[in-house]
Ligand binder design. Structure first.
Ligand SMILES: Cc1ncc(COP(=O)(O)O)c(C=O)c1O
Length: 409
């Protein structure tokens, strides 16, 4: 859905211009979506939220009733998430964990570690001996598996199935897993195997990945409690109404768990859980014609919402017209550039931000005929990898406001 929910719509129109841009989150919509995702998953499939997608404390708190835990990928995320949702299980993953981060995680009693290399495993074993000698620390080696031809074809961001710095090559992972199972590391316990191979996969591709990972892991002939098949469920920025098919995915995972009655599967989506609950709202400051193309300059830009620049898409949006115009001079408005632009470009406009770079574009040559200075523009799918991946301080513009809407608050 590109259009803001009624609560978001009303909040955006109620804000004075000086309070824009703003991130507006609908926590009721988030809760309903997370509940539907949870319901689509069969028994013995656990749901963790990858906090890197959006770690705002209000988002974590809203998700808490629906998720079994949170995946964190740095010491910073670990400290932040442990505070925001105290007592909820955490999995510590991510490449390049420092010895200090590992020690801090052990001191906090983190439930499980996704281990990225043999060296990291040894650092963890050594720290566990010192910090937590009385318990056995649960580990899941992360493996970078080759997958069936075509399974990652639709991926927007492949982190496995090819040479990458993530996880272990299967040839290295297999002996490490066997050593863990054989008790080589007395302070560590092999809980299972972890794999996050790509982002942006459809349900059928995700099922194929899960099948590959489970069949590799169970084929090792060691006892495993869990296989974590990662996140990476598709979010369609070009067609926001088209959602990842959680029902089909859940059915595919159910077929796997039926074949492996003692195995728990775990997934750790980020984007597909929170993208839909956030909107970045702003207003048009100016509209101009440049060499036959029309541009609207909005308050804010990619320093707040870097997603379209990083992923190379047009961020979907809706226009909320504002009729008031406080000035005595004519209002800048898109003309559709009849007679100037080629026909196919008529009525199209590029939405740019306030940065001094031509890369500061939120949506390029998109249909928004008649857009005027003072109109409000609300960008959808801004609830994941949006504010927290953006370069906030470039040009020192003010930070956006943050609004977390909840009807029961
Ligand atoms: C290890 C790991 N798990 C889960 C995720 C979440 O992926 P997504 O937000 O695409 O679902 C990521 C994203 O980079 C990741 O690296």
């Amino acid at each position: 859905m590109t259009r803001p929910t009624p609560a978001v719509h009303d909040r955006v129109l109620s804000l004075p211009s000086t309070d824009l841009p703003a991130y507006v989150y609908d926590l009721d919509a988030l809760g309903a979506h997370a509940a539907a995702v949870r319901d689509a998953l069969p028994e013995r499939v656990e749901l963790y939220y990858a906090a890197k997608a959006n770690p705002e404390p209000e988002i974590l708190t809203a998700l808490r009733p629906y998720v079994d835990g949170f995946e964190v990928s740095s010491g910073g995320e670990l400290a932040h998430v442990a505070k925001a949702v105290a007592g909820h299980p955490l999995a510590f993953g991510g490449p390049g964990k420092t010895p200090e981060e590992i020690t801090a995680a052990l001191e906090r009693g983190v439930e499980r570690f996704h281990v990225e290399s043999e060296h990291e495993l040894r650092v963890l074993a050594e720290s566990a001996r010192r910090v937590a000698p009385a318990r056995r620390v649960a580990v899941l080696p992360r493996v970078n598996l080759p997958v069936a031809d075509g399974s990652l074809a639709g991926s927007s961001l492949a982190m496995g199935g090819r040479p990458t710095p993530f996880g272990m090559d299967p040839a290295q992972a297999a002996p490490v897993i066997r050593q863990l199972a054989g008790g080589t590391f007395p302070h560590l316990e092999l809980l299972g195997v972890h794999a996050h191979l790509a982002s942006g996969l459809q349900a059928a591709e995700q099922i194929a990945v899960a099948e590959s990972v489970v069949s590799w892991a169970t084929g090792l002939g060691v006892r495993l409690g869990e296989v974590n098949v990662g996140g990476g469920m598709h979010v369609d920025y070009g067609d926001p109404g088209r959602r990842f098919d959680w029902a089909a995915y859940g059915a595919g995972l159910a077929r796997i768990t039926e074949r492996h009655p003692r195995l728990t599967l775990r997934i750790e989506p980020g984007r597909a859980l929170t993208a839909y609950c956030g909107w970045y709202a702003t207003e048009v400051l100016d509209v101009k014609l440049s060499h036959g193309e029309e541009f609207a300059v909005v308050r804010g830009g990619t320093h707040h919402l870097r997603t379209p620049a990083t992923k190379g898409h047009d961020q979907p949006f809706s226009v909320l017209p504002v009729d008031a115009w406080p000035h005595s001079w004519p209002r800048p408005a898109a003309q559709g550039v009849a007679g100037v632009a080629p026909d196919r470009e008529r009525g199209r406009i590029t939405l740019a931000g306030q940065l001094c770079t031509p890369k500061d574009v939120l949506a390029r040559r998109v249909p928004a005929g008649g857009l005027r200075a003072g109109d409000r523009v609300v960008f959808a799918l801004a609830g994941a990898y949006a504010w927290n991946i953006s370069h906030h301080d470039f040009l020192m513009h003010p930070k956006p406001g943050f609004h977390f809407l909840r009807s029961t608050a």
